[in-house]
Design a protein around this ligand. Sequence first.
Ligand code: CLF
Ligand code: SF4
Length: 526
Amino acid sequence: MDAPQLATKAFIGIGQIRPLGAAITPEPSGGCGTTGGEGKASCGSSGGPDDMPQEIWDKVKNHPCYSEEAHHHYARMHVAVAPACNIQCNYCNRKYDCSNESRPGVVSQKLTPEQAVKKVLAVASEIPQMTVLGVAGPGDSLANPKKTFDTFRMLQETAPDIKLCISTNGLALPDLVDEICQYNIDHVTITINMVDPAVGEKIYPWIFWQHKRVTGYEAAKILHERQMLGLEMLTARGVLTKINSVLIPGINDEHLIEVNREVKKRGAFLHNIMPLISEAEHGTVFGLTGQRGPTAQELKAVQDACMGGANLMRHCRQCRADAVGLLGEDRSEEFTLDKIEEMEIVYDLDKRRDYQDKVETERQAQHAAKQEALSAQVERAGVDPDMKVLVAVATEGHGRVNLHFGHATEFQIFEVSAAEALFVGHRRVDLYCQGGFGEDEQLPSIVKAINDCHAVLVAKIGACPRDELKAAGIEPVDAYAHEFIEKAALSWFADYADRLARGDITHQPRGDASIRQGAYTSEAAA
Ligand code: CLF
Ligand code: SF4
């Protein structure tokens, strides 16, 4: 089987059409096998070795962005070697990092390729579970091809086990596909916000194309054609592609369903629909004109409406162009240039492999625990067998409920039923515990962020937040401290269903978490 056929096989039949979000109706499936496999409740990025060919699994199993399961265990890092950009997005201010792949309003420390390689080796020697190097800005990786490819070439010579990954707006992509393959870059993200230039001209005021600036509809049309061509070329060569789309309410929200269908047709492996982050202080066109970002519910509604098309990624953290660590944590401050100068850098491939073997064992234990908890689910008289609830989880990694409520800067959200515990997103919150005491002023915003959840699973929780959560109808649960998340969520669900069946409680639908998705409430949450 050649590469294109292999790739296509991996994209068919993994997803499942799920209930739709409030105001969004999915259009009929496209012509590329877009209906999902019966009975499978996982989105593509949650897929495991049984869902895809071994060759694809080998590429995604320890890539934290391409596998939801991997993101609990493996880390990525970015090096900010690509400062220039060849287009303008209305959600970007070039004083800051590229917002296509990063959180807006952040400035990364720019590096030369030599500095970047040194930094990667320093991180690799300290964080053995760091498996992926990405170039994601601060401009566009492929608008700076020499710096990007020099970095990868030098790194491959010294640290061959690290996977290479880039993110691009796609304008220069078709011209550079050969080089991408030459440097064994197995993962490419293209930010595609539209497949209709009439939508695109509301997002992109200009592109720089063939030595001149092109504006309006024509600019969006060229960008669209280049993105589609680049995607098709990568698929034909067996390179895994992820599509990032920035959800801009009122501009491309419903349109993203069509984007999902079109990129699936062209072989995209994953579709990551990210919320627009738009603040006036970032000085972007959208920020200054008051274009708002979506709420958590609006984001989930569009994602749900895309189920059954290209596989969805829901665990993106919109990280920085110099991010280091697990998704959701940021250890970039530990690896600034001056700190690296003082570090003893020992890149030990055997040690890294030994560590990753242990991670793999833990991950398999997590998977087995989930299967065991699923097989223990039973139907109860008087309880709707299709009942689904959302559960918030405090975790600091390793796939376990292992974080104190007061130490959480985000909660992972799982949709739980008798048939599945499915990761569906995360909610950033302000830190409750401020150095030994609880900050009660933060509680209302935390409650608001997880207000659509029935329970919050934590390693520990104090009396005050416990009472406040209960009063808001959210059950604080520390009974599953340090257990694997999915097993904990399913065990709690079984207990909840038992209480319903006994008549101890009644099932209450939960309200909306009306936080603006992607609005970062404090720098602590960065
Ligand atoms: Fe970096 Fe992007 Fe590669 Fe991941 S990030 S270049 S694919 S290694 Fe990941 Fe960060 Fe989301 Fe990007 S969480 S912003 S999707
Ligand atoms: Fe900014 Fe990235 Fe868009 Fe370029 S591609 S304008 S750097 S968001």
